[in-house]
Design a protein around this ligand. Structure first.
Ligand SMILES: [Zn+2]
Length: 165
């Protein structure tokens, strides 16, 4: 009696699928059929993973919109100028600026030794930096590093004021 090439497999999801295993050698078919039985059928596997991906994407998009709204509200409230740069990174730059400046305020003023006058000075520097790409580049920085980063950026923008560097 020849080893069958066609196996009826009951998958873990409960679906019964007939698999053509003629592409495998006779002695491997039974083992492969058992391996298949321990898994969901292709259809179920695909739909589960697609819905995972879809809900992650949806969640990310919702979170991004929420952050964008917060960033725009904040920019208006604190009189922050719109950023400049390639259209596709403008929103990203705004969100990064909002997050970094907010955490800088927490670390330097709320939890640190800065007073409001120190902060007002830093805010002036923040307003001067309207390059979206610059903010995006600082997305991993900690709030307390912001003054140093701003100083470095201001120096780089005006090299003639620092002839000794
Ligand atoms: Zn299934």
């Amino acid at each position: 009696m020849a080893v069958p090439t066609s196996f009826e497999v009951v998958h873990s999801c409960g679906h019964t699928i007939t698999h053509d295993l003629s592409g495998r050698s006779a002695d491997q078919r039974a083992g492969y059929a058992r391996w298949l039985a321990a898994r969901q059928c292709t259809e179920c596997w695909r739909s589960e993973h697609q819905s995972d991906a879809a809900s992650t994407a949806e969640w990310l998009a919702a979170k991004r919109i929420e952050e964008q709204v917060a960033a725009s509200t904040w920019a208006t409230q604190f009189d922050m100028p719109p950023l400049e740069g390639p259209e596709k990174i403008l929103g990203w730059g705004e969100r990064t600026r909002h997050q970094l400046v907010t955490s800088a305020y927490t670390e330097l003023v709320t939890e640190g030794a800065w007073d409001e006058a120190d902060w007002a000075q830093l805010e002036e520097q923040i307003r001067l930096l309207t390059r979206a790409g610059w903010w995006v580049d600082q997305r991993e920085a900690g709030g307390a590093d912001l003054p140093e980063l701003l100083d470095a950026a201001t120096d780089a923008d005006r090299p003639t004021e620092n002839p000794f560097r």
